[in-house]
Design a protein around this ligand. Structure first.
Ligand code: PNW
Length: 447
């Protein structure tokens, strides 16, 4: 049998985020986040679900880490809740928040699990939103202080840092579209400014790690680039995809990886370009150690007659997970890293999220036979392997998610976990995919 082996030292892990699993939304001094507020507006979240209890990971983390160890999970991407550390976003520190993450990190390490910490996974302190949120420069400035605080507090044990998760989801989808908090519909200029402030926050996060993280600390950002997949893998369509990946993601990644707001950026944004202050670009484009990619899906692209890209609409009936946005396109796992490497020449890439959401239902005997999830993740890993073979510098893969959790607008109705969460008892049950993934991690090859 021709084994599909991954490189030695390849990092295998799972991921989750504080607001989606912790609960204890108002406990021990934690401040309100924009999601705590937004979820309370009737009709915003499916079932009017909120984040108050979620998976109660705040109290159950010792059992969760013990289960991770049993499943052979040695790397775990978590996030820290900014409003637990600074309830108002800036100003007074909440020592109980620091104490909580100290206990949590110590517990992980005792179970042999390495922490990969995201500084910000969308839970902006509501108090900062009330002062303008990402529209205002005070938010990245407050983030800088928060980043410095957590790196100083946990940097003796945390060696891998991710500044921000998915800028698009708290900039354009939050200020330019009404679907995510704060749910505003601002113009292009304001949206570009929120991107710029997010980029600035990233830069300040990198600076915090460089200054206080110790010598072997690593830092990068996690982005959810829109990934164009050439519909025919031939030269003209691949060229079109290279052009498309820049155009589709220019507001978020061009400044970081090219170190400038390029002419192309200005062509696309014109008079709506963000206001930039002297020194910003240097901060934003400071070298990072890796580029994190969350890859669930993509779009198909082909070359027009003149070579430029055409994004193709999906026909009805195109296969999806139980979340309609999640079109099943395993080739995105090949082309995403490959195009980022060829366009931006990044030295190191981690897949910081990948997975699929389904309405899992236990069988009569209580098993969760998530053959759909296992199948999709396996296909994605085949493509990831093909990408590594073709020179993409991919060093690790984090499956989203360790357990079913608060899936944002979908509340608790969409399940992404490899462990099933019974929300009435808080019991976790490893699904079939968890047993399968355990073998993959252990053998460092596809099984
Ligand atoms: C990611 N899209 O979000 C987030 O980082 C996670 O917190 C989330 O639970 C997970 O994916 C599953 O949804 C995304 O519409 C949400 O393309 C939506 C999209 C992409 C990423």
């Amino acid at each position: 049998m021709n084994a599909i082996k991954f490189p030695p030292n390849f990092i295998w892990g799972t991921a989750a985020a504080a607001p989606q699993i912790e609960g204890a939304a108002f406990l021990d001094g934690k401040g309100e986040s924009v999601w705590d507020r937004f979820a309370r507006i009737p009709g915003k979240v499916v079932g009017d679900a909120n984040l108050d209890v979620a998976c109660d990971h705040y109290h159950r983390y010792p059992d969760d880490f013990a289960l991770m160890r049993e499943l052979g999970i040695k790397h775990y991407r978590l996030s820290i809740a900014w409003p637990r550390i600074f309830p108002q976003g800036d100003g007074e520190l909440n020592q109980a928040g620091i104490d909580f993450y100290n206990r949590l990190i110590d517990c992980m390490l005792a179970e042999g699990i390495q922490p990969w910490v995201t500084m910000f996974h969308w839970d902006l302190p509501q108090a900062l939103e009330d002062r303008g949120g990402w529209r205002e420069r005070l938010t990245p400035e407050a983030f800088g202080v928060y980043a410095e605080t957590i790196v100083k507090a946990f940097g003796d044990r945390v060696k891998h840092w991710i500044t921000l998760n998915e800028m698009r989801c708290f900039t354009i989808l939050a200020y330019g579209d009404t679907i995510r908090p704060p749910g505003l519909n601002e113009g292009e200029k304001v949206v570009n400014q929120t991107y710029h402030h997010a980029l600035l926050a990233h830069g300040l996060g990198v600076q915090a790690v460089r200054q206080h993280g110790g010598e072997n600390a690593q830092v990068g950002i996690t982005d959810d680039c829109i990934i164009p997949v050439p519909v025919i893998e031939t030269e003209p369509h691949i060229k079109a995809a290279e052009q498309a990946i820049r155009e589709l993601n220019i507001r978020s990644i061009d400044p970081i990886l090219k170190g400038e707001y390029t002419e192309l950026y200005h062509t696309l944004t014109g008079e709506n370009a963000a206001n930039v202050e002297p020194g910003d670009i240097e901060l934003i484009s400071a070298p990072t150690d890796f580029f994190g990619m969350n890859i669930y899906t993509g779009v198909y692209v082909r070359a027009k007659e003149d070579g430029s890209p055409e994004i193709l609409p999906f026909p009805s009936g195109y296969p999806t997970a139980d979340a309609p946005w999640l079109k099943l396109i395993p080739q995105a796992m090949y082309w995403g890293p490959k195009l980022i490497k060829s366009v931006y020449d990044v030295p190191s890439i981690y897949i910081t999220e990948s997975g699929a959401g389904y309405d899992d239902v236990p069988t009569e005997t209580g098993e969760i036979l998530d053959l759909h999830r296992r199948q999709y993740v396996r296909q994605c890993l085949m493509e990831l392997h093909r990408s590594i073979g073709d020179g993409s510098p991919i060093e690790g893969y984090f499956l989203w998610s360790f357990m079913d959790n608060f899936e944002w607008l979908d509340g608790y109705t969409k399940r992404f976990g490899i462990c099933y969460t019974d929300y009435s008892t808080q019991k976790r049950t490893p699904k079939l995919s968890a047993h399968w993934y355990k073998e993959v991690m252990q053998q460092n090859q596809l099984v």
